[in-house]
Structures are given as structure tokens and as C-alpha cells.
Design a protein. Structure first.
Length: 185
């Protein structure tokens, strides 16, 4: 009927206006700088608790180079961009890899209930990039990583061979910056 179509039209207009005011697109852009002289990063793996990857990690990040990775929420779903990814540390002289770095990111759909969280760490190369790794880095305390809110201070994790420095903006579409450096010992 005439009135039903007017009510429906008004509801769509209100919904569109709310959609323009309240950001619903959640994503996380990661700038990864490999500042190591002795290590390259290789064999990336990803696990998504929600969302997916728009710009995937390069298969190999050489010493003194940078990479951009972009994770995004699933379209039309009330969930954020949440997951973990890993890179193996490849020693440039010996071609051996015994460890991997891990990065957890959580960009929620609803900022009223949740906050942006992130974590970085170093694990044995046998550690799988899966839900268990994500769950551990999001929920638990462990000597293999450090976690924090994006609204807090930068994170620094010192492993046996490398140090990871990270910061994350506290926004609907945050940028995380990571620097991986050799430990001088």
C-alpha cells in the first residue's frame, strides 16, 4: 500500500544515514619492516577468527625491506577483522629456520563492547598458525609473546635472535607498524 511503501522508504533513508555516521567497515593494515641484517622472513601462514585478507603477505621479505598486509572484515557481517599470522625466521648465512614470529590483531565490529588488541612474539618453528595460537595470544599470558590494547603503549618483545617493536592506532581502521630487528649479542 501507499503508506507501507512510505514507511519502508523512510526506514531505508534512516538506515542509510546511520550507516554514513557509524563506521561499519573494519580493517587492519600492517606495515612490516624487516630491519634484520641476519634474517629474512619466509613462509607466511594466516589464521582468521573472522574476516579475511585483502592484500596478502609476500612469500619472502628480505633483509632491510618492508611489506604491507591488509586484513578486512567479512562484508555484510556484524564481525570484525580478527586473526593471527606468522613468518619463519630464515638465517641468511645458514639457510636454517628454527623460529617464527607471530602477530595477532583484533579489530572488533562493536567498539562499545570491545577494543582493538594486538600481540607479537617469537615461537618455535613447529608452532602452527591456527585457532590455538590465536586464542593463546588473545586470551593468555605467555613468555613467548606480549599483548596490549591499541590505546596503550607500544609493544616490545625481545626473543633469542630478534626483537619485535609494534604500535597500533586505536581506530575503526587501524594501522599497525612492526619493526623486526636483530639482537646484538
Amino acid at each position: 500500500s501507499f503508506y507501507a511503501s512510505r514507511v519502508t522508504g523512510a526506514a531505508v533513508s534512516i538506515g542509510s544515514a546511520i550507516g554514513q555516521v557509524v563506521p561499519s567497515h573494519r580493517q587492519c593494515t600492517i606495515e612490516l619492516k624487516n630491519k634484520c641484517k641476519r634474517y629474512s622472513l619466509c613462509n607466511p601462514r594466516m589464521y582468521f577468527e573472522s574476516g579475511g585478507c585483502v592484500v596478502p603477505p609476500s612469500p619472502f621479505i628480505d633483509s632491510s625491506t618492508s611489506e604491507m598486509i591488509h586484513f578486512c572484515k567479512t562484508p555484510h557481517a556484524p564481525r570484525g577483522a580478527v586473526g593471527v599470522f606468522t613468518y619463519e625466521l630464515l638465517h641468511n648465512d645458514t639457510n636454517q629456520h628454527t623460529e617464527k614470529i607471530a602477530v595477532m590483531y583484533s579489530v572488533p565490529y562493536d567498539f562499545n563492547l570491545y577494543s582493538n588488541w594486538y600481540a607479537v612474539g617469537v615461537f618455535d618453528k613447529s608452532k602452527e598458525c591456527d585457532r590455538d595460537l590465536y586464542y593463546n595470544m588473545y586470551n593468555n599470558e605467555d613468555s613467548s609473546f606480549i599483548r596490549g590494547k591499541a590505546s596503550g603503549p607500544s609493544l616490545i618483545y625481545e626473543g633469542k635472535h630478534v626483537t619485535i617493536r609494534a604500535s597500533m592506532s586505536d581506530a575503526y581502521q587501524p594501522i599497525m607498524k612492526l619493526h623486526v630487528t636483530d639482537n646484538i649479542k
